[in-house]
Each structure stands twice: as structure tokens, then as C-alpha cells.
Design a binder for this molecule. Structure first.
Ligand SMILES: [Fe+2]
Length: 400
């Protein structure tokens, strides 16, 4: 099915395996045959974009995971969330602020999105790079609700017994979580201009630090107290190093912990907003195994690892043999164990149908190791402790 190509690799006659979107507008539909003028348009406006193109040979020989439903759900929810966020921000900037009456419309929109996510089960939360602060918040909303929805199903199906998960279960009803995820950064709206500033003075830094408290104060009393509490605590870390209060994890509202994890993951894929970019696999690896893991609730991190997939279907990975493999399928239990097929030889020549070998999960092949993806070294992923992703029963056996 698809291979993820850079804009400069596109050629007329290639067929899009997914729709090309810019934020919330669809530029080109799935199955479109690219013409010269389409490629010129994309080159001019989105030189950094990568698009998935149908590869007839791979499509015929290899079974790819079809994630178009996940793509569509992600797009639909983020479009609606963005529209609600924009309306909310306009209300904050131009009117008296949030009140019972105008909040009711936003809450109605949250309820509709929650109902829609619950009836359209996603396998994976697909999150594109966000170009604006508002798109970032729409991503956070979608990921937080996806974590919540997944937790519900997971708890129900696997009798998940971690204490934090139990607390999630008690409050989940997803609506308070979704409302908190939508409102989390309302305290930043009046000082949004500070995000673009290079050097913040002391007062400005303090204003940013206080945005969770300011945001909680902006939310009317008619909104559930859990939501206001979550907004106030959405930058607290479980090891007590967060802000504004630096309170320890056992005092942090569980909804705030979910929003914290969703926000941390999404902020590294919003380069123009937060002036930093990391690949999704580097972000996830650092959150799960790096120095920052102490900031986050381990039970929620575990759920995050089941909800996001850092390697896109169709992405090209250089492996230790210097051949290039294409991602064909996700391991829904382990985001660092994608299935792949070797599709290019050491010299970069595309393999013919006769040369193609069956696809494999990387963990099943001791002779195959990660090397690079998109020019970035990913050899650290060879050291991922894969037993961490086994189900609890399996993990219990492993640790005995
Ligand atoms: Fe925030």
C-alpha cells in the first residue's frame, strides 16, 4: 500500500494513499493521481511535508495495515476541537470571559466529541505535527481523550489492577477528562504572545508559570470541580518538580496526570510553537525510558505507549545491514516493535517482486537492528526493554 515519501521524491502519476491535509483543511483527496501542478503546489507551500504514496509492487505482495479509519477519526475530532478552541479563545479575548452560558456551548461540543470517539474505536491515535498553538491544543485534546477511552476499554477487558487506573475508572465518564483537556490552557490565551518571545523577563516567566491557576480561576463554578482542579494541576509532575505548586504525585488529580502526559507528547511535535522538535519515537522513548520519565505517572505512560505509534505505516527505516525497510504494520502492544519489509537494497535500489522477502516484526529477528529513520540515528531503540510491553500476566512471569 503506502510508502512515505518526501515532497522532492514525488513524481507525476503517483497515487496518494492518504488525503493531504494542512491543519484542518483537506488539500488533496486519497487516491488522487498526482500531476505536475500538484507537486509544484506542494513543493511551494509545504516543502517539509511527507506524503504516503501507493506502491503498486508492495501493495500486491505485502499486506499493509490499513489505518485510514484512524486517520479519519483523528482528523474529524481535531477539526471539531480546533473550531471549539477558536470560538472559546475569541470569547475569552473579546467578551467578559468564560461564563456559565457560553461554556455550555463548549461543553455540548465536548459531549459530542466524546460520544463520537466512544462509538468509533481507534486502534492508534494518529497525531500530525501541529503548526499553531491552537492545533497543538486540539492534538492534546484528542490524545488525552484517546488515552481515557483506551483506559476504559483496557480496564474492562484486562482487569487492569494498578491503583491509578482504578482511580481513572472511577471518574471515567470521559466528559470531565475531555473538558479538562479542552480547557487546560485557557489561562495562556491572554498571554499567548509570550510563546513567541525569545527571552522572557522574570515577570513574564512568572505569568507563564501561573497560567494553570489563572486558567482554573477563569472557569465558572458550574463546571465540575474536578475539571478546575485538573486545569490547575496540569503542569505538576508526579515527582513534585512541576509547577505552579510542585505538589507530589499522590496529590495530583488523575485527569491532570493524563493531560500532562498528552501535553508533553504533543508539545515536541509542535516545532513552530515550542521551538523544539523531536521525532515521535525519540519523544516516546524519552518519556518511557529517559530522564523525564519521573515526571509522569507510570500507569498513564503505559497507556500512552499503547495509544500512539511513533512509526507511521509506510515510513522507511534503515537497518543494520544498510538495507531499507518499510513499516507495514504496528504491534499494538509495543510501539517499538513495528512489522516491516525490506524494500530497498544497500545501494538504495528498490527490490523487485522476486527479491522481496516476507514482512517481519523486528523483535522476531535477532539479526536485524534499527539504524536510522529520516537520517536520524535510532540505534538507541535496539536497547528498549521489550518485556515492559508484555501484558501484566506475561510481565509477572518474566519478573519472577
Ligand atoms: Fe499549560
Amino acid at each position: 500500500m503506502p510508502v512515505l515519501l518526501k515532497i522532492e521524491e514525488l513524481e507525476p502519476g503517483m497515487v496518494l494513499a492518504e488525503k493531504v491535509v494542512n491543519g484542518v483543511s483537506v488539500l488533496m483527496q486519497r487516491d488522487k493521481v498526482l500531476e505536475e501542478k500538484d507537486i509544484s503546489l506542494l513543493t511551494k507551500r509545504f516543502p517539509d511535508l511527507e506524503v504516503r504514496i501507493i506502491d503498486p509492487l508492495l501493495d500486491e505482495r505485502i499486506s499493509f495495515q490499513n489505518d485510514s479509519l484512524d486517520q479519519d477519526i483523528s482528523f474529524t475530532v481535531r477539526v471539531k476541537a480546533l473550531s471549539t478552541i477558536n470560538k472559546m479563545d475569541t470569547t475569552i479575548r473579546t467578551k467578559t470571559g468564560l461564563d456559565e452560558k457560553n461554556c455550555a456551548a463548549f461543553i455540548k461540543s465536548v459531549s459530542e466529541m466524546v460520544a463520537w470517539i466512544q462509538t468509533n474505536h481507534i486502534k492508534t491515535a494518529i497525531l500530525p505535527i501541529s503548526k499553531t498553538y491552537e492545533e497543538h491544543r486540539a492534538n492534546v485534546f484528542f490524545l488525552a481523550v484517546a488515552i481515557g477511552a483506551f483506559s476504559r476499554n483496557h480496564i474492562r477487558n484486562e482487569r487492569y489492577r494498578l491503583s491509578v487506573a482504578k482511580k481513572i475508572w472511577n471518574v471515567m465518564d470521559l466528559k470531565p477528562l475531555a473538558t479538562a483537556a479542552l480547557l487546560q490552557d485557557v489561562g495562556m490565551v491572554p498571554i499567548k504572545h509570550l510563546l513567541a518571545k525569545q527571552d522572557l523577563n522574570e515577570d513574564e516567566a512568572e505569568m507563564i508559570k501561573m497560567h494553570p491557576i489563572r486558567g482554573a480561576e477563569m472557569i465558572p463554578d458550574t463546571i465540575h470541580s474536578l475539571v478546575r482542579q485538573a486545569v490547575k494541576m496540569h503542569h505538576e509532575n508526579v515527582n513534585g518538580t512541576g509547577y505552579p505548586a510542585g505538589i507530589p504525585g499522590d496529590k495530583v488529580n488523575v485527569l491532570a496526570k493524563v493531560v500532562r502526559v498528552a501535553d508533553a507528547y504533543c508539545s515536541t511535535i509542535a516545532p513552530e510553537v515550542f521551538k523544539k522538535i523531536k521525532s515521535p519515537f525519540e519523544t516516546l522513548y524519552e518519556m518511557l525510558f529517559g530522564q523525564y520519565k519521573v515526571f509522569y505517572d507510570p500507569a498513564i505512560l503505559r497507556i500512552l505507549a499503547r495509544v500512539v505509534q511513533p512509526f507511521q505505516i509506510g515510513a522507511r527505516i534503515k537497518i543494520n545491514t544498510m538495507e531499507t525497510a518499510v513499516i507495514t504494520k504496528h504491534d499494538l502492544e509495543n510501539p517499538f516493535n513495528p512489522q516491516m519489509v525490506i524494500a530497498y537494497n544497500k545501494e538504495g535500489r528498490k527490490l523487485t517482486g522476486d527479491e522481496l522477502q516476507p514482512a517481519f516484526f523486528i523483535n522476531d529477528r535477532e539479526d536485524i537492528l534499527f539504524k536510522t529513520c529520516d537520517g536520524q540515528d535510532i540505534t538507541y531503540l535496539n536497547d528498549v526493554p521489550h518485556h515492559e510491553f508484555k501484558s501484566e500476566e506475561e510481565a509477572a512471569v518474566i519478573t519472577k
